[in-house]
Structures are given as C-alpha cells and as structure tokens.
Design a protein around this ligand. Sequence first.
Ligand SMILES: Nc1ncnc2c1ncn2[C@@H]1O[C@H](COP(=O)(O)OP(=O)(O)OP(=O)(O)O)[C@@H](O)[C@H]1O
Length: 633
Amino acid sequence: MWKTARDSVCLLCRSSAVFPPRTTTLLEPAQCRTFATRRVAESGGSRSARPARMVLSDRVARPRPPTGTGGKAGSGSGSKDYGGGDRGDRKPSRRNIVDGPFAAMNRTVANIDRMEGRVSRHKKDDKRKGERKGKGFKALNMQRALTTIGYGQRSSIKERMQYVESFDQFELLPSVKQAVAGEVLKGMVDIKPTPVQRLAIPALLGQDVGGGNGRKKRGVKVDGRREFLLAAETGSGKTLAYLLPAVNAIKVAEEGDEATAAWNKRLEAEKIARGDKPMASWIDNFEPHPNTARPRVVVLVPTAELVEQVIKVAKTISHVAKFKARPLSANYDALKNQRNLYSTLGVDMIVSTPHLLATIAESDPNVLSRVSHLVIDEADSLLDRSFAPETTKVVDRAMPSLKQLVLCSATIPKRLDNYLVDRFPDMTRITTPNLHAIPRRVQLGVIDVSKDPYRNNKKLACADAIWSIGKEAAAQQTGKNTDEVDVKRIMVFVNERETTQEVAEYLVSKGIDAVALHRDTPEHRQSEMLASFTSNEPLIKPAKEAEGGNRRHLAHTKVIVATDLASRGIDTLAVRHVVLYDVPHTTIDFIHRLGRAGRMGRRGRGIVLVGKDDRRDVVAEVKESMFMGQALV
Ligand SMILES: Nc1ncnc2c1ncn2[C@@H]1O[C@H](COP(=O)(O)OP(=O)(O)OP(=O)(O)O)[C@@H](O)[C@H]1O
C-alpha cells in the first residue's frame, strides 16, 4: 500500500508521499501519490481509479510540438497541455494559463515543458547555434577550425550595409573615385560597392555612414594607430576594400608634404635644363625622391603570383590617381627588385611577400621607417606557422610609424582568432554576413569513387568528370563557329604536392590538357600557368590547335592540378569548375578551394571525389551547408 519515504520529495508537487517506497531524493511524478491523485481529479476520473492507470504522459518533459505539426488543433503551441496525455481541443483550464496579470497564480502543475520551450532573447543565438551543433553538423563540429560569428551579429551587419549604395558616398578623393569607375571596374554597368567594401571603406577612412556604433566601426586608436580585420567571403572584392583607403591616404599625405613639393619643383627645373634629352638617360643621377626606399603603404601577400595580382590593381588605380606602386617578388631578379625599391622617382606603395621584404629590411631598416599603412592580405596564411615569423618581423619594424594596420582574410581560423585576441586585443573586426559560407551560386556534386565504374580508381573518376565537363562544353558549342573552340578552365585540387604531378600525367594520358602546379614549380612558371585561369576573357582557340591533331584529345578543357598554393587569393574569375580530387582536411580549405569558382556572384560547380577512406559525413554536411547558404561551422 501507500508508504512515505522520509528522504524522498516529488519533483513536481514537492510532497513526500510516494509509492512504492524509494530511497532516492527526487522522485518521478508517476511515483508521487499527491500528484497522481490530482491528475485523476483533473482528468475527470474518480478517486477509486487505480494508481497503475494514472501514468503521466511521456511527453511531460518534452517541449510542445510546434503548431501544425501533427496532433489535433489546439494541442500545439496554442494549447496548455502539460503532459496530461491527448486532450484534443479541450479548452485550457484557467489555472494553467501562464500569461497575463494572473500568471502563475494558483499553479498546481509544474511548468517543465513551458520552461524548456522558452528562450530568452539574449540566448536565441546560442540556442540556434546549439541546434546546429547538436543536430545538423556533427562531423563539421568535430573538426571545427573556424571561429563562429553569431547570426545576430550577421543580421546587424546586414542592416548597417544598407546605408551605402554607391562609391560616391565614400569620402575618397575625386581622383580615387574616378579610378574605380574609369579604370578598375571599367566597362561594368551599375557599379556598386560589394558588402565588404560598403563596410570596410568608410571604416578605414574614419567615416561614419550611419547605423550602429560609429566610434567602434571607425576603429579604436591604439598608440596612435587603428587596427582592423577585414573578413569576407572569397571573391568579394577585399582587394579594392583595402587598396582604395590606402591610396587615398597616400594622396592626402602627399598634399601636405613640403619635401615632395620642393623635389617636384627641382625635377621640373632639371627637365627644362636637360632640354630634349630623354629622362631615362639622366634620372638615375638626379637626387632621390624623399620617398625613395621609404614607402608609405606596404601590402604583404603570401605568393609572387598574388604580388602580381595586387600590383596590377594598384597600378590600374595609379593611372588616374597618380602614385607609384612597385612589386617586390621572386618573379624578378635582385636588380629589378632593387630598382623598384630604390628608384630615384620614389615609391609610395610596395606589394611584397613577407620573406623578401623582411630580408631587405634586415640590411636596410629605413625601408620600413615611414610606413603609415600596412596591409596583411591573406592573413590566415601569413600569420600561420610557416609565414608568421617573417610577417611579424615586418610588422614589428613598421609598428612605430604605423597609423593603420589592416589584416584581410576570407576565413578566421581559431588560431588566428586567438593570436589576434592576444596580440591586438583592440582590433576592430569587420566581417560580412556571409563570412565562412561558400559563394551561393556554387553547387557541389559528389562522386562516390568506391562504386562502379571507378572501383576506387580516383584518377579515372577525375578524368571522367573532366571529360563530362568537356563534352557538355562541346554540346553547348554545336551550331556555333566550328573552327574555334571555347575552352573551359578547370582547377583540380589535391592535398599533397606529390599527387599533382601524378594526377596531371594521368589526365594527359587520357587526352586532357593538364599541368601540375605546386610549391616546387618555379615562380615565373606558376604565373604563366595561372595566366589563362585569371584572365576574364573567354579562352578561344582554333579547333585544330585545341584538338592537337588527336581525336582522343579533349579539346574543350584546360586543367591545372594544384595544391593549396593556388587556392589562396588567386582571382580566377574565368573558372567555373573546381574538382576536389582529395577531400580537404579542413573547412578552411573547402572555403578557399571552392572559392576559386563562383567569384563576384558568378555561377560555379564544385565536384568532390569521395573514396572509401574519406569522411563522407563531412562532405555531406558541407553540401548541406552550401545548399542552405550557411557558414561552414
Ligand atoms: N564593386 C565591385 N563590383 C564588381 N566587381 C568587383 C567589385 N570589386 C571588386 N570586383 C572584382 O571582383 C573580383 C574579385 O575581387 P578580389 O580578388 O578582391 O576578391 P577577394 O575578396 O580578395 O577574394 P579572395 O578571398 O579569394 O582573395 C576582381 O576581379 C575584382 O575586379
């Protein structure tokens, strides 16, 4: 019969009457006599009903199902069924109404599911994150390398972006604005700044365009300098976002520089004195410009290829804005690099790899003594283990004169995040709402290599995928000029450098025009190989040349098999197809590699080859994230 356990208390009604006797401190509701009796009364049953039938609904501790998902009308969120079994559309009793002025009075039923269902406003983001963590993206979470950006934060950024619609709104000098429309984005209609440009350009200029905390957006001054992190998805125009404010700073500084004005006067006088003699014949003997070997702006990038890419944009701006931008890279011999830096005509901006600049600065520390703006592009690479020592050498030397330090990246790996918190705790972070997501218009296809017809032959699967793309391109061309072939450019990414050569050779044996690119490829050769992938122009070849006189040759494709080296920052606007021969080790690599396609809103296709030993769960989750347009956690 009924017994009382001295140490036991019911979870719900807090009474100590229980059945059967137990020794635990907290009891299940079904074991509580007081509670059970009350349930009988509520459900209209008689006191004589046997306790065994008074079992509570097993839904008691679960959140209510959302409205419209099964159950009768009124049993969803609108009803107050707190575990009393299926009450159908019964009107909720007054004592269970928890909202309004009489809320919580005379409550006799525990509010367990109500509490679970309620989420505080501040915790909404955490809850969403939790849901994503718990359910959808288990595998990605396990190998998570990226720092998370809350969805609340992303929405507030979206709101702020609405304040900018055009480049004219930026407080840039007229010549700089003119360079954007007339040179860099020449030929484009309806030129508008991209999301990262809308957020970063005003911030770097110290301009308030409205929305949010102005002071915070413009950056906090630390020892007289402002520090920024620009993080935005691949192919979103980060280069212009940091270059335009830097060029603007060069021009503003030049306006008030008396030494430069005096030198310009002397040069004009010299020109008159030399008469018809070409300037090149005497300029080396003229006095050096005050900026010679003392640039105001330094941009660091990880590879010689990127030096070329960034300097090309800078020089295009300089055609209108008139400043001197020079590259330093392993693509040039020592003499050319020296001339670029020590030119008598001076240099305003240097674009370099950190290794080269750190070496030069070691022998001539003055080189970095006047730098006011330092940009570290691809900061996730330049501040990781392999580059960090050289990069920090440059940062440390430039620090005393720095007014602005800008770090730029498509991803914020956790390591970078920790480093920044440690080294630059006051850094202003400018992130776009789609950070860590693969561009929306890139689709991902998965080929299971373990199945027929490939039977774990990845190379065969890769060649087959490329042949399919080539045939599709050929089909698209039917009916057009048959003497010419529009060649599709395809990038194949592998994890190890040894694999590049192997795969490229196999593809060539299957009639595909393929080359291998890795760290050991000479830098000038790398640039040559990448040239046709970075050009925005259609790659048209005479049909005979494209076929190479061989009918088993795939005329419509050009393939580069590369390691991660070609995945960082290279502006491969013309690439529509990326093949992930190996499943990337991290989400960071997924983002960079797939980011070579679908740049600046273009369409793209990724194909990932999944072998028997590969993480299918990771690939499935990346695909799902991409489908939903979400950040890769
Ligand atoms: N406002 C704009 N409108 C249209 N195109 C633009 C605009 N800004 C930049 N672009 C073009 O977008 C392309 C990609 O820009 P950029 O190379 O700067 O991307 P990114 O964000 O640095 O990419 P990654 O992270 O891969 O380095 C370039 O070809 C550039 O000319």
